[in-house]
Design a protein around this ligand. Sequence first.
Ligand code: SAJ
Length: 478
Amino acid sequence: MTENLATLIKKRGPIRTVGVIGMGYVGIPAAALFADVPHFEHVYGFQRDSASSGYKINMLNRGESPLKGEEPGLEELLTKVVGAGKFSCTADFSKIAECDAVTLAIQTPFLDKKDLLPDFSALVEGLRHVGRHLTPGTLVVLESTITPGTTAGMAREILESESGLVAGKDFALAHAPERVMVGRLLRNIREHDRIVGGIDDVSTARAVEFYSPVLTAGTVIPMTATAAEVTKTAENTFRDLQIAAVNQLALYCEAMGINVYDVRAGVASLEGEGITRAILRPGAGVGGHCLTKDSWHLERGAQVLGRGDLWYPHGAESIFGVARKLNEFMPRHMVHLTIEGLRRAGKSPVGATIALLGWAFIQNSDDTRNTPAEPYLAAMEEVGATVRVHDPFVDEYPEIEVSHDLAGTLAGADVVVVFTAHHHYTALDPARVKELSGREHPVIVDGRNVVDPDAFIRAGFVYKGIGRGDKNSHPVRR
Ligand code: SAJ
């Protein structure tokens, strides 16, 4: 069987034309880097010409990046590869027929966590486009994070039914999960090791050939498609678990009246010497498109692929599921700290004005997917407060007014709450913030440890911070 595919690929020769489906945080930098590979002659970026994202097509063909956050080198690289005629963005999916390799970088959110149901609708649509225009010898790669078993299962079935070709015989199929973080997209793709897993050895080998030229520091790590799917979902699940562990520690430190950052520094002091103690940062919550769902992809994979063979303590809840619950709890804890802070300032949340700083889910980015600030805002409005939102990177958000005017947002605020560690907030001046609030004892709730508690307490603020049991009951300066 593979003999056939190997022959087909040999006849087809080196990869020259590439297609990337999904012009988002993953697809855009990936396409630009493929286009910068000397022996890749042309890269098509495929984007639906939809009302919400069709605008990206013209922007990209002008060499402009539609991503608003700080992405070092991306705009320059886009201008270069568009100028050289090596990259173009189109909604004409029939051009897939020209491609030797096609990748899919499409969102894979979760529909229902309780029943572990992913929403693969966008991915299925993308796979159908590929299947309709697939030619023998092509390599198809899923870069989206997916439930283990999806590449060799659902993806294969759709591609085969749409194309009439057979995976592993007529075309190569692999999973090469993205491992990027906003704010360092290009660097992550170039420097991170790349996990590559084919449904068979020939597919894996073709995918290794495809990704190797893009890497400057990283190496390609070949494995099976399912192992690659588990690797990706597991690394995000472990990160979520580590964050949940330090968030739980932070809640304990608050209750015990100590500073979680002292504990963190102490625990981390044994770092190195072969002893790694990755103690991450507690905070106001976990957002983004990845950590908020990848545990559920892993859980589903274990349930579906592991059916009947999974041994686990009877009745015990998955620690990955518990970690999700704890991280989802943190915005509610921010509500608790806010109400407690108001109480200490002799106020109630009813009619209070709250200045919420940071709508993006991560620092110095415009990415608002699953932002932890949203459940906080809803809960505070529910108890009668008015919440004003400031974010220097976010221009708009459905039903929420996001301001770029920091002074205007702080004016008349009873509470200042920090949800994202944008660099703009590390320089907040307590005297100026107090002047703008016009309150005798404004409340500051620091969800990302960006301000100096003592400086704000000295200025007459009521301070509350995640994990700051050493400060959260400080005497209020009258
Ligand atoms: N967070 C904390 N404490 C921390 C680290 C993060 O509360 O110590 C919060 C952040 O504020 C944010 C959320 O967690 O709200 C996610 O942050 P992140 O730094 O994990 O950023 P992501 O989700 O963009 O990136 C993760 C990364 N995964 C791992 O490091 C294992 C990245 O490498 C992946 O490529 C990315 O998910 C993805 O696309 O899967």
